[in-house]
Structure formats: C-alpha cells, structure tokens
Design a protein around this ligand. Sequence first.
Ligand SMILES: Cc1cc2nc3c(=O)[nH]c(=O)nc-3n(C[C@H](O)[C@H](O)[C@H](O)COP(=O)(O)OP(=O)(O)OC[C@H]3O[C@@H](n4cnc5c(N)ncnc54)[C@H](O)[C@@H]3O)c2cc1C
Length: 416
Amino acid sequence: MKPEKLPHVVIVGAGFGGLETAQKLAHAQVQITLIDRHNYHLFQPLLYQIAIAGLVPSQIAYPLRTIFRHQKNLTFQMGEVTSIDFNGRYIRTNGSVIAYDYLVLAIGGQTNFFGVTGAEENGFQLKSIESATGTRNHLLRMLEQASREVDVEKRKALLTFVVVGAGPTGVETAGALAELITHVMTKDYPAMDLKDVRVILLEATGNVMATYPAELRQATMKLLENKNVEILLNTRLTDYNGQTITLADGGHIATYTLIWTAGVRSAELTDRLGVQQAASKRVRVGPTLQLPQRPEVFVIGDAAYLEDGHGQPLPMLATVAQQEAKFAAQNIQKILKSEAPEPFQYKDPGLLATIGRNAAVARIWGLSFSGFIAWVIWVALHIYRLIGFRNRLVVLINWAWDYVFYDNQVRLITRE
Ligand SMILES: Cc1cc2nc3c(=O)[nH]c(=O)nc-3n(C[C@H](O)[C@H](O)[C@H](O)COP(=O)(O)OP(=O)(O)OC[C@H]3O[C@@H](n4cnc5c(N)ncnc54)[C@H](O)[C@@H]3O)c2cc1C
C-alpha cells in the first residue's frame, strides 16, 4: 500500500500524551501528522528547576524533529491549531488546513487563576519555558534590588516570596526556593540578613499535598518547616496588585513576588470546540477515550475528563497522559482491524514529590516513605524520564555539582 493511501492520524500536542501516542503508532499502518505550537517537547515537572536557577531550558526540552528523525510514518508540523471541523474532519492551524481520518487531541492544560484579581497580570507561573525563565529573572532581580534597598519595610517586601497552592508543584517550588536563598544566595549576598527573607506557601484548603496520604502530608509539612518555609493553610487570597496580597480574611502580605501553582485547566482550544466540558473545562470523553458521537476523535491527558472507578476525575498528571496515549494508539489500531476499542483503566504507579535536598516523599507499592531514600528515587526517576542521553548526563552532573558545592549554576538575569 502506498503511504498516501494509509489512514491519516493527526495528533495535536507533543507533550507527554501526544509524544507517547506518536511513538506507539510508529509501526502501525498509518500516516501520522504531529502538530505542536512549539518545536520541542517540554518536561514540565522540572520547570521549577529553571525558575530556581538550577537548570537551563535546553536541559528539559528536546527538539521534536530530532526525536522523530527516524520515524518514517510521521511528519511534524509546527503550528497553532485554531479550530476543528468535526463534521468535515479537518483542523485549521495558523497556516494550514489538515484533513484527518483519526484525530488525537493531546493539547494539555494551562494555569487556572480561578478569577483571582490581578494574579495572572501581576503574578508568575510555571507552565512554559518563558514563564519559568521570567520567574527566575524576577527572583534574582528581587535579590539585587533588596541588596541596595535602604528602606527596611520595602526590603522585607522584596525578600518575601509567596508561592500559592500547596500541591506537589507549589511544595517543590517553595522548598527549592528556600534552599536557593539559604544555601546559595547568602554566599552571593553576604550582607543579606536571612531574618528578612520569607518564603511563604499559601494554601486555600486545610492540607498540603491534598491528594497524598496523611502520613506523607505530615512529612511534607515537617520537611518544609525544616527549610524555614512558612505554611499558611486555610488561607485564600482575593487580590494581588503586584505589591500587596489581600487575603479573604482581610489580612495583607507585602510582596513583589507571587508564584501561582494553585490550579490547572484544559488548554484554551477546548473552549472553542463545541464539545461537552466537565470540571477544569476538560473535555468529557467516553471510557475508550473517544469523543461521544465522534468515534474517530480521541482526547487524552490534561485536556480529557474521565472518572476512575470511584467517580473521581483522573488527575492531571504525566503518568495519566502517557497511559491514555498508549490506549488511544491501541484503540486506533483495533478500529483499523475492525475490532472494538477497549475501555481505559488507569494504573496508579504511586506518588513522588521532592521538597529539596535530601528531602522527598513517596508512596510506591503501597508503602509511604520520606527523606533521603525518597529523594534518591526522585532524582533517579527524573533523570531517567528526561529525553536524550546528553540531557540526562548534563542534568546528573549539574545536580551532583549543586549538591556538593551548594551552587545553582544559572544565576543569570537575562532580560528586563
Ligand atoms: C510545573 C509542573 C510540574 C508538574 N509536575 C508533575 C509531576 O511531577 N508528575 C506528573 O506526573 N505530572 C506533573 N505535571 C503535570 C504534567 O506535566 C501534565 O499532566 C502533562 O504534561 C499532561 O500531558 P498532556 O500531553 O496532556 O499535555 P502537555 O504535556 O501539556 O502537552 C500539551 C501540548 O499541546 C500543545 N498545544 C496546546 N494547545 C495547542 C494548540 N492550540 N495548537 C498546537 N499545540 C498546542 C502544547 O504546546 C503542548 O506541547 C506538572 C506540570 C507542571 C506545569
């Protein structure tokens, strides 16, 4: 059969879900077009490392054309998908119209600010290379400004860093930021008084890491407190004007830095598809990950809403996206063989989050543990999951260097 006669699978999004789908279809009798607005795959779980000056973007992102250099049945196209015509079975990008036989939407999510006034405009987020680099520049600039500030109250505000949302990303960011200042920046700014520095983790609910078991939540609190992170639970913010946070109870926190890690919703394109959306605006899919009434369309990953056996939505995690991707690829191949697609079932591989040097919490094979062993597992797993041998080696050397010498290498302010 000539390649042009093969069924055309269009995959939108080359994050965890899209990448895995494309790779799982490498030997299938299909022609694949993979589309992403970026020309790289981004390992989002390490974005906070960019923000705290630990890694450079090229160490956690990898060019898509290099990844798929040897996959003969795949063409990559960089572009922004702007609309989809489900009846006509084609998508529109900002430069082309592409027809499909099967469509896999793996467009991920974006930060959800829950309508808090000023949070998006004046705060920082960790969702892209640009936002993480912007956060790094800002953090370093605050330290520079504080070093020459004579007004005591202003200096304290410059040295107050607020992370909003005590999920894994917020916890990782707050822990790493506290360490950056305590272990590294005090060497660059010997006159800095650590008593003026505050790293605050602000959480609207009564728990850190709400989805983790109680023993790991307690371990996380302890590990964060050891690093002098102030944890404010049951604390909701209502407004941030770039200088002052206003809390729901009327209190205020003077700060020039708010890093928002409190929520994610599906990517904006899902709002324009005319499909049924559920919590966090995710697209409701059937158990086989197909769109109702559109068996040729699969939605996976953060953009998809599917409940587990207990009626809980599957979490917005890379592991979910990757497992769904395998299923979507399998189901497309089943349909091509005129077999019935199978329902997806998520196999929870466990929980893992780091709180900094020698400190992590984990739940693996039903066992909860925290501290050094969990941290070693976290380091090994994240290095293993990075794409490209060079990235793995460079990140390993980087982290080993930082570990031994207390030195985050990327302390560069690169833009105004
Ligand atoms: C800071 C941070 C830390 C995280 N830590 C962890 C962790 O430790 N463990 C874990 O399991 N998960 C973690 N996650 C969550 C994990 O990254 C996501 O669940 C995962 O990326 C979802 O995969 P996905 O394929 O659905 O979407 P993504 O990986 O987000 O990929 C979506 C892709 O679609 C592209 N795209 C979107 N819209 C369009 C469009 N209109 N046109 C073209 N392209 C488009 C985007 O450019 C992107 O490349 C973290 C996320 C963040 C932000």
